[in-house]
Write a protein that binds this ligand. Structure first.
Ligand SMILES: Cc1cc2nc3c(=O)[nH]c(=O)nc-3n(C[C@H](O)[C@H](O)[C@H](O)COP(=O)(O)OP(=O)(O)OC[C@H]3O[C@@H](n4cnc5c(N)ncnc54)[C@H](O)[C@@H]3O)c2cc1C
Length: 357
């Protein structure tokens, strides 16, 4: 059996995990980073080929590095290459592929399990992101649909949809981006649960901070976090202007009531035939492996310290969460990495009986 005891284990090597590892190293904290992917790059390696560095909303540089250039190169190549170089340059202790299926508490240690393999640590930092937890809502009749249903995780790029009537579901940045790419080449329909909130180009740092603060308030109350992008409002970029001109965003409709074999039907009886339903319905935090630690509050989320601005789990200060809730953006993940490294040091400085609140 593979068994090690370390001061800290970081689970996940995306932006949040690498930032944490960088800061832990600077503080001299002995640690390992365990990552499920076979190569460096976190979720970026799984994004669709048509997503270029010009298309991404902005990838903040990892601490102590420069941001990847904004150009027409594929994001799923550029960002993973830059992460690989970063891991090498800073000699970060990443082990992969290791998929953690549960973290348990035993003999005064946190026990991190990957099938038969186990590591033991005095603290953990969870940095597992959301990409592996796509959220698909359920609508009656879904299973009867004879066309194609895809989620953002499956998006194969626009060419796949040419000549098909595509229904895009969701009111977030991904839906806006998909419509921007699809409307110029095929027929699209758009449905959202709520009226989309648009903002213009002058998105100030203050507006960003206010959006993050809204998610912090949820996490401070132990509620499941909301996407940060979901509260910043939507913006059309030059890439989406052609779709806008074609009316792709103007003809937004409320959610349908049910799915039928060849289309969707609204409560008032209106029916639209569609060939594809593209569910741009977001993601949830990938935290099922933490269930044995009982970190969730009655409200369904994991409450974090400092009124949701910290990274320490209120129910167990040996556990930090980064890239969770308000820090689920590349810039937020960077900051959370530093906060988490300090949280780890704090927990390590406590004696066993002091640790659990
Ligand atoms: C389509 C899309 C576009 C986005 N564009 C932007 C953007 O332009 N700018 C921006 O700031 N943010 C963007 N985001 C948000 C972005 O995903 C985050 O900001 C950031 O990249 C997430 O970093 P992370 O380290 O938290 O997660 P990830 O990059 O998902 O890394 C998590 C890592 O943990 C590993 N892992 C997961 N579960 C386990 C497990 N059980 N055991 C071991 N390892 C595990 C995964 O394999 C992965 O390597 C986008 C999100 C999506 C979905």
């Amino acid at each position: 059996m593979d068994m090690q005891i370390v001061e800290s284990i970081v689970i996940g090597a995306g932006q949040a995990g690498l930032s944490t590892s960088y800061h832990l190293k600077r503080l001299g904290t002995e640690h390992l980073v365990l990552d499920a992917n076979a190569i460096a790059g976190g979720a970026w390696q799984h994004r669709w080929d048509a997503l270029t560095m010009n298309d991404v909303h902005g990838v903040a540089e990892l601490p102590g590095s420069t941001p990847p250039a904004r150009d027409a190169k594929q994001a799923n190549v550029v960002v993973p290459a830059s992460f690989a170089e970063y891991e090498r340059m800073h000699e970060l202790p990443v082990i992969r592929p290791v998929h953690i299926d549960r973290v348990t508490d035993g003999e005064g240690m946190l026990r991190v399990h990957a099938g038969e393999r186990e590591w033991r640590a005095r603290t953990i930092v969870n940095a597992t992101g959301t990409w592996t937890q796509p959220f698909l809502p359920h609508y009656p009749g879904m299973e009867t649909f004879v066309g194609e249903q895809l989620h953002t995780v499956d998006y194969p790029g626009p060419e796949h949809f040419r000549g098909k009537r595509v229904l895009v579901v969701g009111g977030g940045a991904s839906a806006v981006q998909f419509l921007g790419a699809l409307a110029p080449i095929t027929e699209t329909l758009w449905v959202t649960r709520r009226e989309p909130v648009w903002r213009d180009d002058d998105f100030t740092p203050e507006a960003g901070a206010a959006a993050v603060a809204l998610v912090e308030q949820r996490v401070a109350r132990g509620l499941p976090p909301q996407s940060v992008v979901g509260v910043t409002g939507l913006m059309l970029r030059p890439q989406e202007r052609e779709a806008e001109r074609l009316g792709a965003y103007a003809d937004r409709r409320p959610m349908f009531q049910r799915i039928e074999p060849d289309g969707v039907r609204w409560a008032d009886g209106l029916f639209e035939q569609v060939d594809v339903v593209l569910w741009a319905t977001g993601f949830r935090p990938a935290i099922a492996h933490l269930a044995p630690l009982h970190l969730r509050s009655d409200a369904g989320g994991i409450q974090l310290d400092r009124n949701g601005r910290g990274t320490t789990a209120v129910k167990d200060p040996r556990v930090q969460l980064v890239g969770y809730g308000p820090s689920a953006s590349t810039i937020g993940a960077n900051r959370a990495g530093r906060t988490a490294a300090k949280g780890v040091q704090r927990a390590l400085s406590m004696t066993g009986s002091d640790v659990i609140a």
